[in-house]
Design a protein around this ligand. Structure first.
Ligand code: FAD
Length: 230
C-alpha cells in the first residue's frame, strides 16, 4: 500500500509498479461499492491511496474555478466553494468521504445531475499520471480548449484504468438565490418524471432531486410533514 503526498511521488510509485508488472489499484474514499478500488486476490497488487493528496492549489474567483488535488474530500471542496460565494453542484450520499479523484474516475452524477450534468461536465482541466509514470499536465481553466486531443475526457470515467488523476480544475456556479424543498409520493418508479413535468414547479429549475423508497419518504415526512404532497 502506498500513500502519495505529491504528484511526483505517485509517478515514482507507478514507475516501480510498471517495472515489476505489478497491478496498481487507485483508491480514493473507497465508497464506489463495486470493487473498482479493491485489489484482487493475487497478493501482488499495490493500492495507491490519494488521501494525502489533498491541497487546494488555487481559487480563481474571476474565472469561477478552483484547482484541487484528487484526494480532497468532496464535502470539503463544497465548503471551500461556499466560502468563496460559489456552488459546487455535485452532491451525493458519500460526499463526506468520497474524493474528487474518485468522483472524476467514476464521472459521478449525484442529485444535481439533471440540472448541472456529471462531474466531468464541470471539470475544465486535469492533471494525471499515466500508466508508464509520465505526468500529464492538462490543468487549464479554459471554457473552450481545442488544442489537440481531448485527453481530459479520456480519464474522466476511466475508473483508474488509464492512470491516476492527481488534480483537477473545477468550474463553480452561482449559488441558487432560494431553495425550496418539494417531495412527491409516486406509486411507481415511472411516475416521478411525469409528476415533475406536470407540476407548476416545472417552470423553475430543479437543482437537486433524488428518488426515495417508501421507507425513506416516510422517515422524511415524519420530520417535515408539511412538505410532502400526495
Ligand atoms: C461507474 C460508477 C458511477 C457512479 N456514479 C455515481 C453517481 O452518478 N451518483 C452517485 O451518487 N454515486 C455514483 N457512484 C458511486 C460514487 O462513484 C462514489 O461514491 C464516489 O464518487 C467514488 O469516490 P471515492 O473517492 O470513494 O472513489 P473510490 O471508491 O475509492 O474509487 C472508485 C473508482 O475510482 C478509481 N479512483 C479513485 N481515485 C482515483 C484517482 N485519483 N485516479 C484514478 N482513479 C481513481 C478507483 O480505482 C475505483 O475504480 C458511481 C460509482 C461507479 C463505480
Amino acid at each position: 500500500m502506498a500513500r502519495q503526498g505529491t504528484t511526483l511521488q505517485g509517478s515514482q510509485v507507478i514507475r516501480v509498479c510498471a517495472e515489476h508488472s505489478a497491478p496498481l489499484v487507485p483508491q480514493g474514499g473507497n465508497t464506489g461499492l463495486c470493487g473498482g478500488a479493491t485489489p484482487d486476490h493475487s497478493g501482488r497488487a499495490v493500492v495507491l491511496l490519494t488521501s494525502r493528496l489533498n491541497c487546494v492549489r488555487a481559487v480563481d474567483t474571476l474565472n469561477d474555478t478552483m484547482t484541487v488535488e484528487a484526494g480532497c474530500i468532496l464535502q470539503a471542496v463544497q465548503e471551500q466553494a461556499a466560502v468563496a460565494g460559489q456552488f459546487l453542484p455535485l452532491s451525493l450520499g458519500a460526499e463526506g468521504s468520497c474524493t474528487i479523484g474518485g468522483n472524476l474516475a467514476t464521472n459521478a452524477g449525484g442529485t444535481g445531475m439533471l440540472r448541472y450534468g456529471n462531474m466531468g461536465d464541470f471539470t475544465l482541466g486535469l492533471e494525471a499520471v499515466r500508466a508508464d509514470g509520465e505526468i500529464w499536465d492538462g490543468l487549464r481553466g479554459l471554457r473552450r480548449d481545442n488544442t489537440g486531443y481531448d485527453l481530459r475526457n479520456l480519464y474522466i470515467g476511466s475508473e483508474g484504468n488509464l492512470g491516476i488523476i492527481t488534480a483537477a480544475t473545477i468550474k463553480f456556479f452561482r449559488n441558487p438565490r432560494r431553495l425550496v424543498r418539494r417531495c412527491w409520493r409516486c406509486p411507481a418508479p415511472s411516475k416521478p418524471l411525469r409528476s415533475w413535468c406536470e407540476s407548476p414547479s416545472h417552470r423553475f429549475p430543479c437543482p437537486h432531486w433524488s428518488a426515495q423508497t417508501d421507507n425513506g419518504l416516510s422517515a422524511f415526512a415524519s420530520r417535515r410533514p408539511s412538505s410532502v404532497s400526495r
